[in-house]
Design a protein. Structure first.
Length: 157
């Protein structure tokens, strides 16, 4: 982050040194810092200092990582959003969206598995498969591996 802000890559002595320098660089800036997929509060702490013009968004599944933050529950996408993401990730515009809608629904409306399946489909389409065959491949792969997905929401802070 420091390098992105300054174009410099100083040799920090430790995390404290890096956090101090980052705080100085952010002091007069207005920005949003996204601290994604944090598993320990120690990983978040260096980004919480000073810089009053900076808002922070922490994504985590662990309450204790962001105990003092305001919580926002993030739920699954609706079927339309999930289908749009799947088709976008696969890079296709099918005539009949219904089979893709069923697949998106089967993936539980969660972005990560939808992105993974869509990317797998995209890799198959140009070299050897049609969108429909790529869809069949994705469905067969999920069935073969008996993949199931959680149906509960995840909390982010």
């Amino acid at each position: 982050l420091h390098a992105a802000l300054t174009g410099e890559r100083p040799g920090f002595v430790d995390i404290e040194d890096a956090a101090r320098e980052l705080t100085l660089r952010l002091e007069n800036k207005n920005c949003l810092l996204v601290i994604d997929d944090a598993w320990k509060s120690a990983h978040v702490a260096p980004f919480l200092r000073g810089a009053a013009g900076c808002a922070r968004l922490i994504t985590t599944r662990l309450f204790e990582v962001a105990v003092d933050a305001s919580r926002v529950d993030v739920d699954q996408m609706d079927t339309g959003e999930a289908t749009a993401l799947l088709l976008s990730r696969a890079g296709i515009t099918p005539i009949d969206e219904e089979p893709f809608r069923r697949l998106a629904k089967r993936l539980g409306g969660w972005p990560l598995p939808i992105k993974l399946v869509g990317s797998a489909m995209r890799q198959r389409i140009p070299p050897r498969d049609s969108p429909e065959r790529a869809l069949d491949y994705a469905v067969r792969s999920l069935e073969k591996r008996a993949i199931t997905l959680p149906l509960r929401s995840t909390r982010y802070f």
